[in-house]
Design a protein around this ligand. Sequence first.
Ligand code: AMP
Length: 447
Amino acid sequence: MIERCVRREYPIGSGKALQFIYGSKQAKTKGGLTATTATTNVYRSEQFKHTMEDIRSQCCSPDEVIFGPDCRQSLYCHLLCGLICSDEVQIVSSTFAHSLVHAFRTFEQVWEELCRDIREGVLSSRVTVPAMRAAVSKLLSPNPGLADSIHSKCSRLSDWCGVIPELWPNAKYVYGIMTGSMEPYLNKLRHYAGGLPLMSADYGSSEGWIGANVNPSLPPEQATFAVLPNIGYYEFIPLERPEARPVGLTQVEVGKQYEVVVTNFSGLYRYRLGDIVRIAGFRNSTPELQFVCRSGLTLSINIDKNTEKDLQLAVEAAGRLLAEERLEVVDFTSHVDASTEIGHYVVFWELCSEAAEGVLRGCCNRMDLSFVDAGYVGSRKAGAIGALELRVVRRGTFQQISDHYIRLGGAMSQFKTPRYVAASNAEVWQILCGNVTACYFSTAYSL
Ligand code: AMP
C-alpha cells in the first residue's frame, strides 16, 4: 500500500534497493507449522521476490546474504553488494531505522576494507560462511576505478555527513520504520542521509498489518497511519480508563490515546499489541493513528509514571548538551533501582566517544529535570525518589545486547532495543553492569 503512495511522491525508474534485511531461524511446531518472524516469512516468499522485481526494487544482495547465519557478516556483504551496484540503487531501506543507523556506523569502521575488496576483487576473510562467500565472490571482480571513487568520496566527507547520497547518487529516499521507539535514531539517520527524504514505513506487527502511512512525504515525527480494516479486527482500549471495555474502530475519539488490540480474521487470537496510539483524525471513516509509544515500559517507583516516550524525551533533552560537544548517544536503556529504601531511576548510555566528566554531570541533571511528570517531580522534591543515576557503558555494549537476543532466535531485522531492563533479565543485566565505565548522580534537586 505505502509503496503506491511513496511512488506517487517519488517516482523511480529501473533500479535496485540497498536493503539491510536479515532472515531469522525457522522452526517447525509439533503440529508441523513453520514458525518464524514476520519479516523472514516475507523475505522467503517467492511472491515477495517477484513483487520486488516488478516494482523495480530488487535487493542488491543475494539470498545467501539475507539468510546468512551471522548477521555481522551479512551486514558487511550488504554494504559491499550495495557499493558494487551503487549507480543502480534508488532506495536505501531496512525494516527499522535502528538497522540503518547500525549499518552506517559499521560502514564508518569497515569502509577501507570494503574498498580493498572492490579494488582487488577478493572478499575479506571476515566473511567465513561458505555459501555467503561463494555468492558474494561471484559478484566481485577487481574494480580499482570504483574503489578509488568510493575512497575519495569517503575521504572528502566531514564526519560522514551525507554519506548515503554521496555513495548512492541515484537514491531517491531512505525508507524504514522511523516512528515510536525508532525516533531516537532519526538525528543520526538524517546526518547520514544528507538532504535525502526519510520515509517512514507502515505500522505493522507479526500479528497483522495495522496502518498505512498514507502521507509518506511528511517527516517521520508527523507520520500517521490509516488503519487497514480489511486486514484484521481492531479494538482500542481507552488509556484514560484502562478498566473500560475496548471500543471499535469507529468509536475512537480524535485526540485521545488508546492501546491497540488485534484479532485476526480467522479468530485464532485476540491480542494486546502493547502499543499506545493517539487518534490524529479520520480518513474515509477509518482512524488515522499516531504511534505514541510501547506501553510496556513505565518507570515507576511510587506515584510517578514515565513512559518510553518520556524516557526518550529526557534522553533527547540531555543529548542536546552532548551535541554542543559534537558527541552523541549511540543507544540507551533504563532501570529502576529499588534495592535501597529510596528507589531511583538509572539510565544507561552508550556514547560514540568519551565525554568530559563535567558534560556528563550536566547531562545527568538535565535528564532528571526532563522527567516532568508531576508524580516524579513531587517525589524528587520530597525526597521520596532518589537522584537519577547516569551509567555510561563501553562502546559495543548495545551490540552485545542485540547479539544476545539474536542468539536466542530473535531477528536482526525486527530488533528493538529494550528501553527497560530489570535485574531479573539476568544476561542483559550482566552485559550492562559489566560494561559500566562511569556513574553520575543528579544534583538537580539538591539545594
Ligand atoms: P514485531 O512484534 O517484531 O512484529 O513488531 C511489532 C511492533 O513493532 C509493534 O507492536 C510496534 O511496537 C512496533 N512497530 C511496528 N511498526 C511501527 C511503526 N510504524 N512505528 C512504531 N512502531 C512500530
